[in-house]
Design a protein around this ligand. Structure first.
Ligand code: 9WN
Length: 419
């Protein structure tokens, strides 16, 4: 059974392999996505190490001069996706979007390096990637934390990777829709519209893109100009984990300056994450920087925070919180609390389970010694695959496979769990 599932997962990854990068799935997402690639590289590393390194190298070949790593790289034209390069108009030779995504590459590179069978190759590749990843991390603090709080803001929901989370609902009320150029969505012809974001949300996504485009994609201006500035605990946890992992990696490669700077960013950020903790919810919450208030929304963002080296007591509390969530669903971990009124079992990031998020939560809890909950999460991932194949996401009550099928990072996570 195990070997069969691994073989099926490899076949999914090979199907979506475009040589130098992978697409998340054919049709729905025909380009290279940032955090998809970093997490998918973990899967490749188990059966083709050079290919794993290539995936991350290709990503960083398109890093902006200021350090930003874009969220999509449009390697080949494809009309099947909206918004395409003409809407973003970032003016790059190989077009990219002008926003970023969760910075999980630092973590992925360290893990691939630590497990590498070809050590010489790993040293060569990691040495080259180290300054690039570090520049991206520094870019975050320079451009997304202008007050030096230690935590960074996202300025578009697509940056979080949790596009239509309940977390953004209140802040989205402040994003207008006037002046949005007419457009035709493509996602709803590939996937069930009932399982995707709404048209209203799409208008606001596009309003923000037009706003940033009008500012010439100048990152020194975008944060302050954006009506949407959210400090997401999940996103920040990924950044802190990657900074901490990069510090360890840099140390082992003798790069002491990168090691010291990375450690300082991680330590400051983890201390600052305390400001996002909610005793009432038993988890972290988002902070809406535009209005200076925590967002009262019990989403998975505040649970994903367990991926960072947070204090033991917080990891324990998150573990307890997950046990409470387990009472209202069949599979862990739902992207929103099933007892909350906004919970929507099959609509994208408002309820469904995503294997990549499960993997990161489980990894953090394992490290914190919360092994029973970590194991339960991993078992649930495999049960979901058995029920629904390698889907984009799954219903937490009925295990319905949703979104795109034969999905690359879902397959990669299965290889990670089973290998
Ligand atoms: C927008 C590719 C991406 C993931 C995101 C997921 C979804 C895109 C979309 O697909 O977002 O970036 O068009 O819906 O929300 O996490 O990286 O798999």
């Amino acid at each position: 059974m195990t070997q069969k599932m691994i073989d099926q997962a490899k076949a999914v990854m090979r199907k979506n392999d475009r040589g130098l990068y992978t697409v998340p799935t054919q049709g729905l997402y025909p380009f290279q996505w940032n955090w998809d690639s970093a997490l998918s590289a973990l899967g490749f590393a188990h059966f083709d190490e050079p290919r794993a390194w290539t995936e991350i190298e290709t990503l960083f070949a398109h890093q902006w001069e200021d350090g930003m790593l874009p969220h999509i790289i449009f390697h080949q034209p494809d009309d099947g996706y909206f918004p395409g390069p003409d809407v973003w108009a970032t003016g790059r030779a190989v077009p990219t979007t002008g926003i970023t995504q969760p910075p999980v590459a630092g973590f992925a590179v360290r893990r691939i390096f630590d497990r590498a069978r070809d050590k010489a190759l790993a040293v060569e590749k990691a040495r080259a990637l180290l300054p690039q990843i570090h520049a991206w991390h520094q870019w975050f603090f320079a451009n997304r934390d202008p007050q030096g709080t230690g935590l960074v803001a996202i300025i578009h929901p697509w940056e979080s990777g949790r596009d239509n989370s309940v977390d953004w609902d209140a802040a989205f009320e402040r994003v207008p829709t006037e002046g949005v150029e007419p457009f035709t969505r493509r996602d709803t012809s590939h996937a069930n519209p009932e399982h995707r974001p709404t048209d209203e949300q799409y208008k606001r996504y596009i309003w923000l893109v037009q706003k940033f485009r009008s500012l010439g994609w100048d990152n020194s201006k975008l944060h302050d100009a954006s009506p949407f500035q959210i400090v997401d605990p999940g996103f920040n946890a990924i950044l802190m984990r990657s900074c901490a992992d990069l510090a360890d990696l840099a140390e082992s490669l003798g790069e002491t300056q990168i090691a010291d700077q990375s450690r300082a960013m991680a330590d400051k950020g983890i201390a600052a994450m305390e400001t996002l903790w909610s005793d009432a919810h038993g988890q972290y919450l988002c902070f809406d920087r535009s209005i200076g208030a925590l967002v009262d929304s019990p989403s998975i963002g505040g649970i994903l925070a367990a991926f960072a080296p947070i204090p033991q007591a917080r990891a324990r509390a998150i573990s307890e919180r997950i046990k409470v969530l387990a009472e209202s669903c069949t599979y862990l971990v739902p992207s929103h609390d099933p007892t909350a009124p906004e919970f929507d079992a099959l609509r994208y990031w408002r309820g469904p389970i995503w294997l990549i998020v499960n993997y990161m939560i489980s990894d953090g809890l394992e490290f914190a010694g919360q092994t029973a909950v970590a194991d339960r999460i991993n078992r649930d991932c495999l049960r979901l695959i058995e029920q629904g194949g390698f889907a984009e996401y799954y219903g937490p009550i009925g295990a319905e496979p949703c979104g795109g099928d034969t999905f690359t990072w879902t397959a990669a996570m299965v290889i990670e769990i089973l290998s």
